[in-house]
Structure formats: structure tokens, C-alpha cells
Design a protein around this ligand. Structure first.
Ligand SMILES: *Cc1c(COP(=O)(O)O)cnc(C)c1O
Length: 457
């Protein structure tokens, strides 16, 4: 068995097509509902905030969708990303398992979000959009989209949750360096923001409020501005399929096929990105790769949530979709994996989980940082707290192999680096990091907190 560490593709191997899992899905998609009428959304509702190209992708049943050449050109800055065999980690764990990881942290803004940011910026540009609005929490999505908008010559307005704006200024500086305008949300620029500030001038903001502001800014711009979302929606998951398509080729170079594919889940996009191309072969060629989604115990929408119709955002302005949810008004504890604090989950991923096609595990924050530190010390890369959820479960599976003596092949997605998260590492190392469990009393009330809908036939 060879000891090759890095499996590298050439520029020519950047995928030419996005893979759309909906073409192979055995479960029919649930309708998407207008948040006000609770009836299926009309194209008019969506076209007020999204360009037509994106709406068409959102509902497409085409198996393969060609990646536009200008997007492939931009991908060349960091794609194909490396697939790395974690030989040092394997040795430290003394496991017979083979552990591979796909490293998306090599993207200029440091996470997989650049994959969809570039695509969304391009489709907006060719649809005549002049400026994009979006929200960001800690800033990974905001920085990816800032770079993409700069590349395709559009302005970007970022509504950044006020606490992050004040306490985590470095990603804001990065966004501003790319040329984006960043506002501390709630702002006085929108009705939604002004209403919040009237009630509470010192509101710290929330992702839900920031989404409402960004959506309002686009919807009231007379068509000049459109809104972009960095996770959850079908078109976002579609763009992330480049991760898995490359990984398939790279596993082939390594002469192995994974027994399990692992990824962390916030809204589900990086997990879908690496897992759906493998799910395709589970569905169409009888492969049996285990696909494991890892969520934080603080926001366990798959393992503890309800599968039902719920609003995509706290302010109830986003469409109602069928998903695993903790309730749109659920406010998760302030864990350091900010990207995993969403109350819901991508509809396709929810449907596959419900159908038993993927698995899910919830892990606690301290166990995650323990895995992150071990990984950093063995592999050298300092992972994002979000990505470290996947590392935790990859390590747990490798340790199970140690017990059973099985030589399983484990592949996980390392969705980003953690260079902007060092204060969280400092907290962990100095013993100040808390563990949060899901507030048990909130479980009982989820179903009551969901909107009443009469599901159309
Ligand atoms: C945003 C983010 C996530 C969570 O989002 P998904 O849509 O579930 O992928 C995970 N990892 C990193 C590094 C992120 O920036």
C-alpha cells in the first residue's frame, strides 16, 4: 500500500458540470410556500429577490448543469482542491482505517462558500443585476460573496449581525478590502431594521433580522438589487457538487472507494457537496457508502428536530419549506461554530434523512475542539470549528475500526480553515469553553411553533 499523501488534479479536471441530485432522488420534492399566503410560491414572488437563472436552477430536474466558462476560470484560482490522506492522524490514532479529507480551506476566502458565491455572482451578472444584498453572521459567506462580486463587477451590501460586526471585526475588514459595504444589522436602512431599533435601540441583532433586512433591501430596489443566500437552497447545494465530483476522481487516484463520507451540517451545503455525488452511486449503482451528516448538539435539527413545514428565517419573510427544523424562532446557544447555528436544514437533505438514505450524528462543542486540536497537531492545518464536527466523527469512526480491526476507508470534508477563529481555540485551550446540550424543553414545543399549512396535493 502506497504512502502517497496528496492527490492532486490538474486545472483540466475542474468539473464541467454541476451534479443535480434531484434528478436521481427517489423522494418527490415538497412544494415551497409563500410565507404570507402559505400557498405554493409564484415565480413573481421569487423573481423579486432572485435572478431568473437562479430560480430555474432551484427547480431544475436536469441531472447535469454545465458550469459557465467564466465560473470555471475563476475556480482555477483554487480548484481543484487537494484530497489529502491523513497518514499522521491515522498513526496517532493507531487505526487500521484509511482517512482522507478534501480540503476546501484553500479557497481565497477560506471556505467552500466560494464555490457557490462565484456561481451566484455570475448568474446575477448575466441577468442584469447591479448590486447584491446578503446577510452574514461571522462572515464566511460575506467574504466569499464579496470576492465574487468584485470579480464579476457588482456592488455588494452585507447586513452583518451587530454583535459579530463589533466583536469579530477581521472578516468585516476582509469584506471591505474586497470592496463590499458592510452594515451592522439592525440598521436604519430598512423598515425591518428600524422596527427592531425602535423597540430596542441596543439590539445585538440576529441572523434572522439580518436576512429580513437583506431581503427587504433587494425586494424594494425596483429590480436593481437581488438577494443571495449561501446555504440551504437547491441551487447552492448544486454548486457545491464540485467538491464531491473532484473527490471521486481523487479517491480513484488513491485506488480506494470510501466506506463512509462525512461532513458537518449547518444548512447542509458542504455536506451535500461532498456526499451527493457519492449518493448518486448509492442510488444508481447499488453502492453502499454511508453518508454521515454531523451537527452540533446545540442545534441538532436532524437528530432532534421535527420534519415539517417551517419558515426559512426568524422574521418569517423567507419561503416556508419542508425540512427538519427546531422552529424558526429557536435561538441556539452561542457556540463557536457560528456556521452551524441554523434552525433548519436543506429540504433535499431533510428528505433523504427522512428516507433513511443518509445518517446524522450530533456532537458536543468540547469534543469537537478536542478533535480539532489533535487534527491541528497531526496534520498541521487549523480547521474551522464547523469543519471540526466532521473531524470528530471521522476520528470516532477510525477508533471503532481500531477496536474491530476493520480497515475502513473514511472520507470527510474539511470545509474551511479556522484562522479567524483563534479566540475560540484560546478559550478551549484555557479551559473556558462550555458544552451546550439541546435545551430539552424546547423539543416538546417545536410542532406547536410551526406554521399551520394545508399541504397542497
Ligand atoms: C458556513 C460554513 C459551514 C456550514 O454551512 P453548510 O451550508 O452546512 O456547509 C460549514 N463550514 C464552514 C467552514 C462554513 O463557512
Amino acid at each position: 500500500m502506497s504512502n502517497q499523501t496528496r492527490f492532486l488534479l490538474s486545472e483540466n479536471d475542474i468539473p464541467r458540470f454541476y451534479y443535480n441530485v434531484l434528478a436521481d432522488s427517489p423522494v418527490p420534492p415538497a412544494p415551497v410556500l409563500n410565507p404570507i399566503t402559505r400557498e405554493p410560491v409564484t415565480p413573481d414572488f421569487l423573481s423579486a429577490i432572485f435572478p431568473m437563472e437562479i430560480i430555474l436552477q432551484e427547480v431544475s430536474q436536469e441531472r447535469y448543469i454545465e458550469i459557465p466558462e467564466p465560473v470555471r476560470e475563476a475556480y482555477k484560482l483554487y480548484r481543484p482542491t487537494p484530497l489529502i490522506r491523513a497518514l499522521r492522524l491515522e498513526k496517532a490514532l493507531d487505526t487500521p482505517a484509511h482517512i482522507y479529507y478534501k480540503y476546501e480551506g484553500v479557497s481565497p476566502s477560506g471556505s467552500h462558500k466560494t464555490n457557490t458565491a462565484l456561481a451566484q455572482a455570475f448568474y446575477n451578472k448575466i441577468s442584469g443585476t447591479r448590486a447584491i444584498t446578503t446577510e452574514t453572521g461571522a462572515g464566511q459567506w460575506g467574504s466569499a460573496l464579496s470576492m465574487a462580486c468584485r470579480f464579476f463587477g457588482m456592488d455588494l451590501e452585507v447586513y452583518m449581525v451587530k454583535v459579530s460586526y463589533e466583536q469579530k471585526p477581521y472578516r468585516r475588514f476582509l469584506m471591505e478590502t474586497y470592496g463590499a459595504q458592510v452594515f451592522a444589522s439592525p440598521t436604519t436602512r430598512t423598515q425591518a431594521g428600524r422596527a427592531i431599533l425602535e423597540k430596542d435601540p441596543n439590539s445585538p441583532g440576529s441572523l434572522g433580522i439580518a436576512i429580513s433586512e437583506a431581503v427587504e433591501a433587494a425586494a424594494t430596489s425596483g429590480g436593481a438589487k437581488k438577494y443571495a443566500l449561501g446555504s440551504v437552497l437547491n441551487h447552492v447545494l448544486l454548486h457545491q457538487s464540485v467538491i464531491g465530483e473532484e473527490a471521486l476522481k481523487q479517491m480513484d487516484m488513491a485506488g480506494e472507494y470510501p466506506d463512509m463520507v462525512i461532513g458537518c451540517v449547518g444548512g447542509g451545503s458542504n455536506f451535500a457537496g461532498i456526499a451527493y455525488p457519492f449518493l448518486r452511486y448509492n442510488l444508481t449503482e447499488g453502492r453502499n457508502t454511508r453518508l454521515i451528516a454531523v451537527e452540533p448538539k446545540a442545534a441538532p435539527s436532524l437528530t432532534r428536530g421535527v420534519y415539517g413545514f417551517d419558515y426559512g428565517d426568524t422574521a418569517r419573510m423567507a419561503p416556508i419549506v419542508k425540512m427538519h427544523t427546531l422552529g424558526h424562532d429557536f435561538i441556539p446557544p452561542a457556540i463557536h461554530a457560528g456556521g452551524l447555528r441554523y434552525h433548519g436544514m436543506a429540504p433535499s437533505l431533510s428528505a433523504f434523512y427522512d428516507a433513511g438514505l443518509i445518517e446524522a450524528v450530533a456532537v458536543g462543542q468540547r469534543a469537537v475542539f478536542e478533535a480539532a486540536v489533535l487534527f491541528t497537531q497531526q496534520e498541521g492545518i487549523l480547521p474551522a470549528p464547523e469543519s471540526s464536527h466532521a473531524i470528530r466523527v471521522a476520528i470516532d469512526e477510525a477508533l471503532k475500526c481500531k477496536e474491530t480491526g476493520e480497515k475502513k476507508v473514511i472520507l470527510f470534508n474539511l470545509s474551511g480553515h479556522g484562522h479567524f477563529d483563534l479566540s475560540a481555540y484560546n478559550k478551549y485551550l484555557s479551559g473556558q469553553l462550555e458544552d451546550y446540550d439541546f435545551p430539552e424543553d424546547a423539543i416538546a414545543t417545536i410542532a406547536q411553533r410551526l406554521p399551520q399549512v394545508s399541504i397542497p396535493a
